[in-house]
Design a protein around this ligand. Structure first.
Ligand code: SF4
Ligand code: SF4
Length: 101
């Protein structure tokens, strides 16, 4: 589904082409994952008074990081690529083995 013509749940109107994760022929594709991102809310700059960041939302190639404070990861579709952890300016996201917390 294109998101350009609609507001997201937080009232933002995307200015670029984007899609949202849905169940497709591959089912819930997060089941392929061998590592997963863990978000430490205390380190997220949004939780420390910054009005804007959302780099994790911007760079996630699967569109499964929400644009809210704090960001929320949709693990049903996150493939564990680690890009969000690489791009996070607050070092708030770390990658762990799928069965680790
Ligand atoms: S690990 Fe990859 S797919 Fe999962 S939330 Fe981070 S950037 Fe998105
Ligand atoms: S990139 Fe990191 S610091 Fe920025 S919103 Fe995402 S989790 Fe927070």
């Amino acid at each position: 589904m294109s998101g350009c013509e609609k507001e997201d749940p937080w009232g933002h109107i995307p200015l670029c082409s984007m899609s949202r994760a849905i169940v497709g022929e591959g089912g819930k594709t997060g089941s392929w994952r061998i590592q997963k991102p863990i978000l430490d809310q205390g380190k997220c700059v949004l939780m420390r008074g910054k009005a804007h960041c959302h780099l994790c939302w911007l760079y996630c190639p699967e569109g499964v990081m929400s644009r809210q404070t704090p960001p929320v990861i949709d693990y049903d579709y996150c493939k564990g690529c680690g890009i969000c952890a690489q791009e996070c300016v607050g070092k708030a996201i770390r990658m762990v083995h799928e069965h680790e917390d």
